[in-house]
Design a binder for this molecule. Structure first.
Ligand SMILES: Cc1cc2nc3c(=O)[nH]c(=O)nc-3n(C[C@H](O)[C@H](O)[C@H](O)COP(=O)(O)OP(=O)(O)OC[C@H]3O[C@@H](n4cnc5c(N)ncnc54)[C@H](O)[C@@H]3O)c2cc1C
Length: 457
């Protein structure tokens, strides 16, 4: 078995051919773990570096959230096959997990298999990656150099490993967009951090006391905002002094695909939100572009922003920022990467997932070819592969993992094959719909694709 080299073992490295080194996977989320299983299936050796103390650290953070795709679309086929060799209690395919269910009933058992357990390094945060000994601008001999990954462990100690290839499956959960409408933090946002929560707080559970009886402003209009608004409405029913303000920039696709969404749970969330909004559960301020946040002397917040060209102030006790996620690209800074300038996703994916054009939940199946980077052996997969686009689905990530593992094993035919079978989801309703459809998931090419290609329209 190839093992990662000890930090100081430079001479051993020089004597080791890159092909003897493991493939490093960054992140033990659902997609990173699936990639490890697929690599093992090809006889390749993975090492999985996970920042959290347990696998699925991000998924556990939103563990209270019910998923909108059923178990059948939330697990990877190869991982299921591995689990079934270890007496796994398989959940009902048609049932719907929460994030915590996914972690405890799928990811934990997967991590406990002997195949994965010995290859998993928890509490290991990757801080940077380079071609060993070759700076970013040095071309000669570059592709023959192994990757060097630097990390910090849970005790704060620095270390490194060397790898023949790198699969970055580190997700986007830990780098939320700020409240500021232009993408920069609103003036005063950092100073007001104690009153701000990013993502999806557990307002009906762990964080109930923080929101019960308070006035909470939710900023944003995507799936995370929807989930939080629904939970806050329930909290307001239980704790009557609770009030909710909902501010967002654009009224486009506000309530999702509704009944046209073939992930019915997701469509239903939008319909519930619409009904609550129409019943007056929320004080709606829109269009609103947040610009500055002031903390008042009694610990409250004033959120200032543009509303139809006029500066408007929203008063609140708490602010939930649900304005989307973005990839942390800092660890890739010493590598040659080619990302779409708007979405921060691999360039070839951008026309398929651009939210200016699509609201669809899925894209034409894609794999190693679309995900390849100028740095051979480097792949960004999973949620991070979608950059800033909001429509990633696990099934898409599992297909990416399968294809990339096949590519790294030299099985180019399998890498190019399409094995994704998804429901048709979402509705393309962006401004550039016709042009986008012609080129992407909604267009004739996708519909004519050999496998069921999730033509979203
Ligand atoms: C609230 C919510 C609900 C969702 N519901 C669904 C759904 O119903 N169906 C669906 O298909 N998709 C859903 N998604 C989208 C997506 O499938 C999930 O976000 C999924 O967790 C993405 O998996 P991933 O493995 O790519 O990334 P993640 O699950 O985010 O895993 C990334 C892992 O990398 C680790 N990591 C990060 N940085 C580093 C580093 N520098 N070094 C080492 N480790 C690092 C993290 O700790 C984490 O464990 C949902 C997303 C959210 C946020």
């Amino acid at each position: 078995m190839n093992r990662p080299l000890a930090a100081s073992d430079r001479r051993t490295l020089e004597a080791t051919s890159p092909s003897q080194l493991p493939v490093a996977i960054i992140g033990a989320g659902p997609v990173g773990l699936a990639a490890a299983v697929h690599l093992l299936g090809h006889g390749l050796e993975p090492v999985i570096l996970e920042a959290g103390a347990r696998v699925g650290a991000a998924v556990r953070d939103w563990g209270h959230v019910p998923m909108f795709s059923p178990w059948g679309y939330s697990t990877d086929r190869a991982a299921v096959a591995l689990l079934q060799r270890h007496d796994w209690a398989r959940p009902d395919e048609a049932g719907y997990p929460t994030g915590l269910d996914l972690a405890e009933r799928y990811l934990d058992p997967l991590a406990a298999t002997p195949e994965i357990a010995g290859r998993l390094r928890l509490g290991t945060r990757v801080t940077g990656i380079a071609r060993a000994g070759h700076g970013k601008i040095r071309t000669a001999g570059r592709d023959d150099r192994p990757f060097e990954l630097r990390f910090v462990d849970s005790g704060g100690r620095e270390g490194r490993i060397f790898a023949r290839a790198v699969i970055d499956a580190s997700g986007t959960w830990s780098s939320p967009n700020p409240a500021g409408a232009g993408g920069l933090p609103a003036i005063g946002e950092r100073a007001a951090a104690a009153r701000i929560r990013y993502g999806m707080p557990d307002v009906l559970g762990r964080e109930r006391d923080r929101y019960a009886g308070r006035r909470t402003l939710v900023l944003g209009s995507g799936h995370s905002a929807t989930g939080t608004l629904l939970d806050l409405a329930e909290l307001a029913r239980q704790a009557p002094d609770t009030s909710i303000i909902w501010a967002f920039r654009s009224t486009d696709r506000l309530f999702g695909g509704g009944e046209a969404d073939q992930l019915p749970r997701r469509g239903a969330l939008g319909l519930r939100l619409r009904a609550l909004a129409e019943a007056g559960a929320y004080e709606i301020v829109a269009p609103f572009a947040a610009d500055a946040i002031e903390t008042t002397s009694d610990g409250g917040l004033h959120v200032l922003g543009d509303r139809d060209g006029v500066m408007h102030t929203i008063e609140a006790d708490e602010l939930v920022v649900a304005t989307g996620l973005r990839p942390d690209l800092s660890i890739l800074g010493e590598l040659r990467i080619d990302l779409d300038p708007a979405l921060d996703c691999p360039r070839a994916l951008a026309p398929l997932i651009d939210p200016n054009e699509h609201s669809c939940g899925t894209v034409r199946p894609h794999g190693a070819a679309e995900l390849a980077q100028p740095e051979p052996g480097l792949f960004i997969i999973g949620m991070k592969a979608y950059g800033r686009a909001p429509t990633f689905l696990l099934a898409t990530g599992y297909e990416q993992a399968r294809s990339v593992a096949a590519h790294l094993a030299g099985d180019l035919e399998a890498a190019a094959r399409v094995e994704l079978d998804l429901p048709e989801t979402g509705v393309c309703n962006g401004p550039g719909r016709r042009e986008a459809e012609a080129a992407s998931c909604c267009g004739p090419a996708a519909r004519a694709a050999p496998a069921k290609a999730s033509a979203c329209c």
